[in-house]
Ligand binder design. Structure first.
Ligand SMILES: [Zn+2]
Length: 85
């Protein structure tokens, strides 16, 4: 039984041994990841994964905005195709 700890990818892990999770160092900070594949993708593109996780709180809102703009352009497309008829 250990203290709860957070992985870089945003998971909070309770009642587990931190030693059982993959870890590495990045800019003199020790970081943990939830799985070996998570660690592998971090090692491949450390800055990308850090950025993605920093942005993760905004993601839902960003996706909604993107969907809204996609729907909007579809509507314009349909409107213009009606006009050409
Ligand atoms: Zn992970």
């Amino acid at each position: 039984m250990g203290k709860p700890f957070a992985t870089l990818c945003g998971r909070i892990i309770r009642d587990a041994n931190p030693e059982e999770y993959p870890s590495t160092e990045h800019r003199n900070k020790k970081i943990k990841l939830c799985s070996q594949s998570c660690l592998d993708s971090f090692l491949e593109e450390p800055t990308v994964l850090c950025k993605v996780h920093l942005k993760s709180e905004k993601t839902a809102q960003q996706i909604q905005q993107e969907l809204a703009s996609v729907l909007d352009s579809w509507r314009k497309f349909y409107d213009s195709s009606k006009k050409s008829d």
